[in-house]
Design a protein around this ligand. Structure first.
Ligand code: MTE
Length: 320
């Protein structure tokens, strides 16, 4: 018999109103503090790209298995408050990120796989089935949002890549294009941005590749055309604009680990009881909610899905 188990964060779908169901005026009013020029939604710009053959795939059906217990962050807020060091260290890089050419977009699949190959993003989209998932998102800097991603389970993509049995980790790499990404001209950063997961983490049902957000293709500033989403880990794990997936038997080094191992570890799981060396992780500010803070939850509230991944890794530094 199938018994539906309601987890702690689950609430009726009617309580998590999709932000795009709000009126346009409401969205613009929320952005009133921003410069007038920024009132043109970057998402509108992305959606207008005529050459995007995938635009008709959005919005995708929402997967009701993944629910949240708080309001969805307004689109205007989530898409104009970003971390994307390739385009600068401020939170207001969304306009600069529009310079990134998004097609053609080639993705390399390498390392311990049956046949290493380079594929076009559009071919990945043809092979994957899109769905929408509302996830909490928690940055290591103690701000948080709740957004509806569209994309596909990373597990489906991993299976499509046909890894060999020796593959223990998956390394992911962001584009390199200093001509358009001014941040990549700063030589003290270990470009390109890289991240990694253990294979069992990559196969966990929560791990997701986002190609869309708010029912539209994901805009450049949030990682177009494809980015990693691991909601139980701090945001820095969730690398944007991926161009390379390498299956390997060795734990890969990552961008932030290389910059500061003491502050940013490989596992980077969310834990309110383990402070960052320079600040507490006990609570988080919900962006766009007038400074409202809420307690942070272990694994960002997703422990039922992922805690067992770490049963045999207790001697590791599991928290960022
Ligand atoms: N990916 C790349 N390529 N470059 C980055 O600077 N920043 C990370 C992550 N992915 C980053 C990245 C950090 S620190 C965070 S908190 C999230 O992106 C922010 O995602 P958002 O801009 O969609 O909110």
């Amino acid at each position: 018999m199938l018994i539906k188990r309601t987890r702690g964060w689950e609430i009726p779908e009617r309580d998590a109103t999709p932000e795009w169901a709000y009126s346009r005026r409401h969205v613009l009013a929320a952005g009133a503090g921003l410069a007038a020029s920024s009132l043109v939604s970057p998402l509108d710009a992305a959606a207008q790209t005529p050459a995007d053959p995938n635009a008709a795939l959005y919005p995708a059906m929402r997967n009701m298995r993944y629910r949240v217990d708080r309001d969805i962050t307004e689109e205007k807020i989530a898409t104009t408050y970003n971390n994307y060091y390739e385009f600068g260290t401020s939170k207001t890089i969304w306009q600069a990120a529009q310079k990134l050419p998004l097609r053609p977009w080639q993705v390399k699949i390498e390392g311990l796989v049956e046949s290493p190959r380079t594929v076009d993003f559009d071919d990945i989209m043809k092979a994957m089935k899109l769905e929408e998932r509302v996830y909490r998102f928690r940055c290591v800097e103690a701000w948080a949002m709740t957004v509806p991603w569209t994309g596909f389970p990373l597990a489906s993509f991993v299976e499509w890549c046909k890894p060999l049995s020796g593959a223990k980790y998956l390394q992911m790499e962001t584009f390199s294009n200093p001509a358009v990404a001014s941040g990549q001209r700063a030589s003290w950063y270990p470009w390109p941005y890289t991240e990694g997961l253990a294979i069992d983490e990559a196969m966990n049902e929560l791990a997701f590749i986002a190609t869309g957000i708010y029912g539209k293709p994901v805009p450049a500033q949030q990682g177009a055309p494809l980015r990693l989403i691991t909601p139980w880990k701090y945001g820095f794990k969730q690398a944007k604009a991926l161009v390379r997936f390498v299956f390997t038997d060795k734990r890969p080094s990552t961008f932030w680990q290389t910059l500061g191992e003491r502050e940013y570890g490989f596992w980077a799981n969310i834990n309110p009881k383990v402070p960052h060396p320079r600040w507490s992780q006990a609570s988080e500010e919900l962006i766009g909610a007038g400074g409202k803070r809420v307690p942070t939850q272990i694994f960002n509230g997703y422990g039922d899905f992922v805690a067992s991944l770490y049963d045999n890794r207790q001697n590791e530094r599991l928290w960022a």
